[in-house]
Design a protein. Structure first.
Length: 681
């Protein structure tokens, strides 16, 4: 019965250890797989956002050149000089542009290019694409330039005569540099053309070659991305592990592929898990060995006990009869004659000799038994000593396994929660950047128009009318205006507003910041606009004459804050929220009404508990929120605007799995340790 009970205990312990190992393995691979997917999508969005930003800059530059080129359409010689001079200028810049050319149905100007026989400019993709887009910029898919051999892309725009098209060729150097910075052993990003050519890669030697030849493992995900919308996902085998692939198309014949390596990202976690499994198996083996040794010792003890019982029973049987006779004949008065007495005395003497012999044998047996018992006691003492050492070793190993298992489970859950929080912060900051880039492209369009047509400032009414017509096309814009304190009209505003004599544009903070900006443009802190009754922010840029580079003034656009606030509005939930902070630290939006920016009230983030956190997008901090609950916060700062995004998560949403897995591991191991200890004692 005891044997079965002990065996049951061993089975329970082994089952628990196996269950813990399986749980740790499941937790680790589930968490890492989820994190890998999240990181892959984020990496894809980040690379795609950088590519999109690069293309937007190229479109703005091309549109600006198109506006300038329109002034030379009536003079071919002047147009040719303009194209050559612009090529020389853009080559010396850092825009990535390396060629400017223009063509119409009856002419073409392509600097430093000898046209091969059969080359017809009006049949080229850049020309046909621009005509089809009807005045909007056309972006070609990446291709290998015939003149330089470089992988590049073209941005082309149809001019006002609806026949002439100007185009600019751009290299992928900027995006390649970004890919190189983002790529390491854990990540790899690749840009592929519609024809399957590698246009961008962390390995420059692969650029310009076929994807199927250089990176055949990526062929499947590339084909999937071409045949579906959204993000395509896949897996490839790399040694003992898998690598996750993510791909998507950009809409211009560009395809982005991102690879994320599980092993490189979670190497330490896998090693910890392996050590835990090895120790658990070693512990299981020790328990089995100890159990078998205990069974052998118990069988030997039972055999010794049975031998002693048999010996004592035999001695008792032999002594019973002689002792009975002796007791019966111990008195002379019980005999009728002396002969019988003498006969019995002889018998007594004989019985005494027999008893003496038996006692001698008994003593001999006793000596042997005692000797054997001492030996067994000595052996038993030795075995108990081994059991004690075994017990100590097992308890130590189980404690180590418990700590490692607990650390692996908790760290894996923590890393997953931490990655989610960082991803959310990165996503919101990315959305902020996208919004800023979109608004800046609108600003650049206005600035380009005035820069290439400075004479329009001589017509106040015409300029105001022009600004109003364009502004009405953008519902997110409050007003647009051109300002210069030295002009007769210091402000040209789209709604026709004119300042009084006490209003000085050079005293406005947005004007001061823009003039002091090294980049030539700036974004103001939000402010309450009395005219519209809502919060706005100003994006402004210095305007120079495109020909003479004379200072013309500062152009500004007031954007409603609604769109910007809505970027974070969908973050409000029972598990957390996100809010925006301006460069001065004032909270713009917040789910708690007292913190929300209003006309009469504003709250600075520095006065609140989460205001002390570093806005690096990496640091997390535990704090007590306005409702008394504990939360986790992370913050990241947008470099272009100095706006900060704060992401707040409920502590149980963040640490819930960490606590759950930790409690399960501790309880399971403590139960195992108690069972083992009871079994060994």
């Amino acid at each position: 019965m005891k044997k079965k009970k002990s065996l049951s205990v061993v089975i329970v312990i082994a089952s628990l250890l196996l269950a813990i190992m399986l749980m740790d393995t499941w937790i680790l691979f589930t968490q890492t797989h989820t994190q890998t997917k999240q990181l892959g999508v984020y990496q894809l969005e980040s690379t795609g956002g950088k590519l999109e930003s690069t293309i937007n800059d190229a479109e703005n530059l091309t549109m600006e050149l198109a506006i300038k080129a329109g002034e030379h359409l009536d003079d071919f010689a002047s147009l040719k000089d303009f194209i050559y001079s612009q090529k020389k200028e853009i080559i010396s810049g850092e825009t990535g542009a390396f060629n400017v050319y223009i063509a119409g149905s009856d002419f073409s100007i392509i600097p430093d290019f000898v046209m091969p026989e059969g080359y017809v400019t009006t049949e080229r993709v850049w020309y046909l694409g621009a005509l089809k887009n009807k005045g909007k910029a056309y972006v070609s898919s990446p291709y290998q330039d015939a003149m330089t051999g470089e992988i590049c892309y073209s941005v082309s725009v149809m001019l006002g005569d609806k026949d002439t098209v100007i185009a600019v060729d751009y290299t992928l150097e900027n995006i390649r540099n970004y890919i190189s910075q983002m790529s390491d052993k854990a990540y790899e990003s690749v840009i592929v053309t519609d024809e399957g050519m590698i246009a961008g890669c962390s390995d420059d030697s692969k650029i310009g070659k076929k994807l199927v030849d250089e990176m055949p493992d990526y062929a499947g995900i590339y084909a999937s991305a071409k045949n579906k919308s959204g993000v395509a996902t896949g897996r490839i085998k790399e040694g003992l592990f898998h690598e996750e692939l993510f791909a998507t198309g950009s809409g211009n014949g560009w395809y982005l592929i991102v690879k994320v390596s599980d092993w490189e990202l979670y190497k330490s976690s896998y090693i910890q898990l392996s050590v835990t499994i090895i120790l658990s198996l070693a512990l299981f083996a020790v328990i089995i060995m100890l159990y078998l040794a205990s069974v052998r010792n118990r069988e030997r003890a039972e055999e010794a006990f049975l031998s002693r019982e048999e010996f004592l029973s035999h001695i008792t049987t032999q002594l019973a009869e002689p002792l009975g006779r002796i007791l019966d004949r111990s008195s002379r008065e019980n005999y009728d004659n002396s002969d019988d007495f003498e006969e019995d005395m002889a018998s007594i003497h004989s019985a005494g000799e027999s008893l003496s012999e038996m006692m001698s044998q008994l003593m001999s047996y006793k000596s042997i038994v005692l000797s054997n018992e001492k030996e067994k006691i000595s052996e038993s003492g030795h075995v108990k000593g081994m059991d004690k050492r075994f017990r100590t070793i097992i308890i130590v190993i189980m404690s180590i396994v418990m700590v490692l298992s607990l650390y692996t489970s908790v760290s894996s859950a923590y890393q997953s929660a931490d990655a989610n929080l960082k991803k959310d912060a990165g996503n919101y900051e990315f959305k902020l950047s996208e919004w800023i880039n979109t608004q800046k492209s609108i600003l650049d369009m206005f600035v380009s128009t005035i820069s290439t047509n400075p004479e329009m400032l001589d017509d106040y009414e015409g300029t105001v009318s022009y600004l109003n017509d364009i502004t009405l096309q953008y519902p997110e814009i409050s007003v647009t205006y051109m300002t210069n304190p030295k002009l007769k009209h210091t402000v040209y505003m789209s709604n026709g507003w004119e300042p009084d004599d006490n209003w000085k544009v050079e005293e406005r903070q947005w004007y001061i910041d823009t003039m002091a900006s090294k980049a030539g443009w700036s974004i103001s802190a939000p402010y309450y606009d009395e005219q519209t009754g809502g919060y706005c922010l100003t994006i402004s840029k210095i305007v120079y004459d495109a020909k003479t580079e004379e200072f013309l003034g500062v152009f500004g656009i007031d954007f409603f804050m609604d769109k910007l606030v809505n970027i974070l509005g969908d973050s409000y939930s029972e598990n957390g929220y996100a809010f925006l902070v301006d460069p001065d630290g004032e909270i713009i939006n917040h789910p708690y009404g007292s913190y929300q920016m209003t006309q009469d009230n504003s709250t600075n983030v520095a006065d609140l508990p989460y205001g002390q956190i570093t806005t690096d997008g990496q640091t997390t901090e535990l704090f007590k929120d306005y409702d008394g609950s504990h939360k986790i916060v992370i913050a990241t700062r947008n470099k272009d605007t100095n706006f900060s995004v704060y992401v707040v998560s409920d502590v149980m949403n963040f640490y819930g799995k960490v606590i759950l897995y930790g409690v399960i591991c501790i309880l399971a191991f403590l139960f195992c340790i108690i069972l083992v200890y009871r079994l060994l004692t």
